[in-house]
Write a protein that binds this ligand. Structure first.
Ligand SMILES: *[C@@H]1O[C@H](CO)[C@@H](O)[C@H](O)[C@H]1NC(C)=O
Ligand SMILES: *[C@@H]1O[C@H](CO)[C@@H](O)[C@H](O)[C@H]1NC(C)=O
Length: 476
């Protein structure tokens, strides 16, 4: 149009010129045009330079992305921050780590904008002939971490369909891929390998024998809102979300139409850790930085090293160091006798208390009562006194656990006419329940023989709690 008008103007001018009039006007206009042309040319050069800059930037970006990908799992957005060792656990933490992150990042973490608005899959025949990867503004690791830390995650998906079944005659034409890339054929609810939609779950699909409205044989106008049929659902299995790819097919008919709308991947809440942490994962959920920690093991407190730069399912997340020898209260005793004893079938009492920390040993009754479930060590030693005799003499000491003899110390002699003493010792390590009773008693003794003692204290009974099953001792 511009050219056309210019031509007219020139013709007009020539005619005018022929009439001997405005030569100056023509020259002036030519000059103006030339000036404008030069301005436009300069602009084009500037724009070209800018485009070149953008290309360089895009190239840089691609390189950066490559580097970040290579550095997985220890890098990506986390590596942009100063405090970058750990995977952030919350949106707040993510932003605290890196204030440059947009506020929506990590919580509203979705994806290229286009897939949030309705997208027509066009016309094609085969299963999954339309396939589209869904990209998120966070790495797979970050989204996994987010899901693990959140009490709930979901993502909505809607498919408006006319002659565009998700499944037909047991052939799946449409599916989506989960976080790990696995194909999934359910369009609402928790993880299942059964093809279904929300109407299939609710039992109110437009045809009774289908699990999805779109699988119905005829496109039925829904009477209530007058819209074409569709399937709309919310995927709620946080262990497999988010959707990483959408695949559709069988829309080859001219009358076919398939339009999907994918919602954001959203997570809310925080998984609770009840009671004493029992693993690095618990500590991670509570919110700790890398380090050596005590956790509650099966029986004992254990030492572990937690590396929160890794995810709970990754090797090296929790390294076991060893047991913590924690006792709820110390238990050890050392008692002696101050006089001889020869009573048969009754716990040996003790008179001298060198140590009785925890008070588990009752000297008068000679009975130790285990205060806690755990492993205990006991040692008894004493002297059996044999007077001179013309007949055979014997002496037997037993260690008893709840009335059962579990250890035996025995001496005898054959008709020694002069008296003598013989050492009698019993050592044992026992796994005891709280309340178990341990004592020593004479289980067999000849006339005149005794457990000999006096001011020199030959009889020693010691015991201690070697290892407490602390988890059993705790009442929370
Ligand atoms: C997601 O990434 C795109 C491109 O990298 C960016 O333009 C957009 O602002 C990001 N959105 C959020 C919420 O971070
Ligand atoms: C041990 O017995 C002797 C003699 O009967 C007595 O004098 C002494 O006080 C006792 N020692 C202890 C610590 O009971």
């Amino acid at each position: 149009m511009v050219i056309f008008f210019n031509t007219v103007a020139i013709i007009f001018v020539i005619l005018d010129n022929a009439a001997g009039a405005t030569t100056f006007n023509l020259e002036e206009q030519m000059h103006l045009l030339k000036e404008k042309y030069e301005q436009v040319e300069a602009k084009v050069i500037r724009l070209e330079a800018q485009v070149k800059n953008y290309e360089i930037l895009a190239e840089k970006l691609a390189q950066l992305e490559l580097v970040l990908m290579k550095n997985e799992p220890n890098s990506n957005f986390v590596s942009r921050s100063v405090e970058k060792k750990a995977v952030p656990r919350t949106c707040r933490e993510g932003r605290a780590n890196d204030p440059s992150l947009p506020s929506g990042m990590y919580c509203d973490m979705i994806k290229d904008r286009d897939s949030e608005s309705p997208t027509d899959v066009g016309h094609c025949t085969d299963p999954g002939c339309y396939s589209r990867a869904i990209n998120y503004n966070a790495s797979n690791r970050q989204m996994t971490a987010l899901a693990q830390l959140s009490s709930e995650c979901h993502q909505s998906i809607k498919y408006d369909c006319i002659f565009a079944p998700l499944e037909l005659n047991d052939v799946a034409f449409c599916w989506w891929n989960d976080r790990s890339g696995n194909s999934k054929y359910f369009w609402s609810g928790g993880n299942t390998d059964v093809h279904t939609c929300q109407c299939g779950i609710d039992g109110n699909c437009v045809e009774t024998f289908v699990k999805c409205n779109c699988d119905a044989a005829a496109p039925i106008q829904l009477s209530d809102d007058g819209k074409n049929i569709y399937d709309a659902g919310v995927i709620t299995d946080k262990d497999i979300l988010p959707i990483t790819r959408l695949n559709f097919g069988r829309t080859q008919l001219e009358t076919s139409s398939g339009v999907y709308t994918l919602g954001r991947f959203e997570c809310t809440g925080q998984t609770a850790v009840n009671g004493i942490p029992g693993s690095c994962e618990d500590l991670w959920r509570i919110g700790h930085t890398n380090g050596l920690y005590s956790i509650m093991g099966v029986d004992m407190v254990e030492s572990v090293y937690c590396d929160f730069a890794r995810l709970p399912n990754e090797p090296g997340f929790q390294t076991w160091i060893g047991f913590n020898d924690v006792q709820s209260s110390p238990t050890y005793f050392y008692v002696q006798k101050n006089s001889s004893f020869s009573q048969f079938d009754t716990p040996v009492p003790f008179e001298i208390e060198k140590l009785n920390t925890g008070g588990a040993m009752n000297l008068k009754t000679g009975t130790f009562i285990a205060p806690r479930k755990g492993t205990y060590f006991f040692s008894f030693s004493g002297i059996a006194y044999f007077p001179g005799s013309t007949v055979r003499q014997g002496f037997r000491m037993n260690l008893y656990l709840n009335g059962q003899a579990i250890g035996d110390g025995y001496e005898d002699e054959v008709a020694s006419t002069s008296s003598f003493g013989a050492f009698n010792t019993i050592h044992t390590t026992l796994a005891l329940q709280a309340g178990d009773k341990v004592w020593v008693q004479i289980a067999g003794i000849s006339e005149g023989v005794s457990l000999h003692d006096g001011i020199n204290h030959f009889t020693h009974f010691i015991g201690w709690l070697l290892r407490e099953d602390i988890s059993q001792s705790l009442v929370l």
